[in-house]
Each structure stands twice: as structure tokens, then as C-alpha cells.
Design a protein around this ligand. Sequence first.
Ligand code: CTP
Length: 428
Amino acid sequence: MRIVLGVSGGVAAYKAVLLLRLLREQGHRVRVVPTASALRFVGAPTWEALSGEPATDQVFEDVEHVPHVALGQGADLVVVAPATADLLARAASGRADDLLTSTLLTARCPVVMAPAMHTEMWEHAATQANVATLRGRGVHVIEPASGRLTGADTGPGRLPEPDEIARVALAVARGSDGEGSPSAAVGPERDLVGRRVVVSAGGTREPIDPVRFIGNRSSGRQGVELARAASARGAHVTLVAANLSPDVAALVDGTGLDDVVTVETTAQLRDAVRAAAASADVVVMAAAVADFRPAHAPGAKIKKVPGRGPEPIALVENPDVLAELAHDRLRAGQVVVGFAAETGDADGSVLDHGRAKARRKGADLLVVNAVGEGRGFGVDANDVTVVDGSGEVVATASGSKREVADAVWDVAARVAADRADAGAVPAE
Ligand code: CTP
């Protein structure tokens, strides 16, 4: 799981060091985002050495990766420990005056805060109102423990022990309330631990000349959400990214996927996908692959000759990467998943076309979605039907592209596990 650990300025920041170690030991990627005052208690070198990632409170560092947006968007869980009275106040009022509060505003994943402060500050009506506001917005605020505080005083306000914070935070990320109550919406399973997956995302571009190309409108968001969801479920992920739109590329930067290969053309995408697929348990072809490419792409720009119309551009067919993968089966037991963006027409419905495509391509699963009418391209909502290789419907899902991604993995992880049980050897 990709975790952002926010640390605000209190003596209890030292306990966040232990929390960081615990989360890392459990195999999570953790990016620490301290506030300026937290750095007065525990310095950046400690956070960086233990997390293996940069630790700064600044929004003006590493600006090309837009960290104040990317960190929150890319997280599967944000934990703030300790959360001081000031941090709770800033979060409740929606401030974005440092990297941590900006991250809190952009995070769409579960957020858990573990307050720590003196009893008077905790019990003050202002703090209690801030906590109520945050809880009302879905933030899980852990009750502080009672006991010895920094001075001679005792009372509620103590930071719970790191293992307790980790237990609650991870339970919240999984969709439980951390208090043992089952939740209707069980969050990401860790059902891809030890599996290697490849996801292609975006759209390929075929050069006409050095400045022009034939391309398509795919932003890459669904593919990137599939990669992020697989990573959250424990997989080793290779993302083959073809011309992602800038906002989606920023999402990848904050995600910390294991392997990101950037490609432009179908030939490059094919090579990258096949290289990674040789050791993968699941390959998901979410990229929109250009079906045709110009037969010849001159090395110099094609000039407009006044008075003479444009030369026709001869096209040749690209290889069908998905059909090849389904045919070649580069690794025993591999699950091959394709996507099909369809519109209904006189020859059949969206599902009719999807079923026919599933049979034609030979993939194990095909995720069929209707495009047009505000769904599909460039928007966050998606409606899909998952069919198997014979065209039978095995699942349907609708919601955000992340929710659709998790629904696809629910099916793909199950098929991969069944195959592993049936004798195929997992990759790791
Ligand atoms: N695909 C591929 N290689 C291609 C074309 C498509 O691997 N040359 C993959 C896509 O990544 C997707 C699936 O095939 O997973 C379906 O893509 P789509 O464009 O819907 O299929 P086409 O075979 O191009 O069919 P259509 O005639 O509907 O465009």
C-alpha cells in the first residue's frame, strides 16, 4: 500500500518514527510529510533514512512533480500522527499552507488522524469542533489515550502506541472501522501479494513525420488506476505508459509504482509489454492501441506545397498486442485481460460487440465499457461489464475508475489464484 505519514509538531513525533518502521516492515511504501514544526522535533534525515524517500514540508521543492497534488492523489492511505491541535484546526478549515495540509485536501483515500496534545487543548471547544468537522467529512480521528503527558500532568491527549495506530489505520484502509466492526464496503484486499502484473495505459501515437502523429483520446486514467489498485493489493506492478495526459502522469509520479516504462508508439508498447509479460502472472491491456500506422514516416517534416493538395497517407496495420499475448501465452497460467470501448450500432449492442471481441481476441477476460454520453474518455466515472473468453458475463461494475479497477482485480486476482492452485507457479 502507498501510505502518506503526516507528522505534525509535538514531542510525540518520536513515536511516529516507530510507526514509520512498523509500516515499512509490513511491506508498505511510506512517504513522510512532516510539518515545519515536526522537523524541529525529528529532522528530515531520520525520516528519509527510514522511509527511503524525501521528507519535506515544502511545496516549492520538486515542483515539476506537483507534489502538493500528486502525493494526496497517489496515496492509498493517509495517517497523521501525531495530529496537533493546530494541524486539526488547519485541516478542518481546509488550509493548504504546507505540503501536509495540501496533501490532505487532495487525498481521496481513507484518512486517519491520531491527535496528541495537552488535555486542556484536546478538551477545548475549538478542538472538539474541529474533530467533529473532520469526522463529519469521513476522517477517522482516533481517540487519544489517557496517561502521562510531556510534563508532570496526566489526562487524555496522549498519542496511542504506534502498533495501535498502525492496526487501526490499516483496518480503516481495508474498510473496517478498526474497532472490530465489519464494514459493508471491504476495501482493497492483499490478494495480489507475490504476484507480478503488467498494465498498459494511455494511447499509442504513430508518427506521420517528426512533428505529427496519429493518436487517440485516451488519458490513461483507467490504466493508471488499475496499476495503483494492483499495487495497493500487494502486486509488483510494471506500468507501460503511453502518452498519459499530464494530470494522470502526475498521479503516477506520486504513486511509487515498482516499474514505469514510458512508450510512444505501438511497436514500443508491444516490446515493453512483452518483455515484462515474460514473468507476469497477469497482463492488463488497458491502453488504447492505434490500429494503424503510416507506412512511411519521413525523417523530415512534410511541407505544404502551395497549390498542391496533401499527399494521401498510406497506412499499414499494427500488430494486435492483446491477441498476440493471448495466443503466445508467454508464461504458463498467465491471465490476459483486455479492454473494449464500444458504442452500440445497427449490428449490435455494446455487450454484443464486447462478447464477439472477447471470442475473437482469445483473452481470458475482457472489460467492456460503453463510450460516449459523458462516460469513458477523460471523465472519472465508468460503467463496465467483464466477460470471459467465451463471452459470458462474469462481473459488472460502475463508479469511479478506481472502483472499476478494484472490481476488475476482484475477478482477475481470483482467476490468477485458481490457476496457481491448479499448478501454475507464481512468479515470486
Ligand atoms: N489492442 C491491442 N493491439 C491493437 C489494438 C487493440 O493490444 N493493435 C487491445 C487494446 O489494448 C484493448 C483491446 O485490444 O485491450 C481492444 O481494443 P479495441 O481498440 O477495442 O479493439 P480492436 O481490435 O481495435 O477492435 P475495433 O475494431 O473495435 O477497434
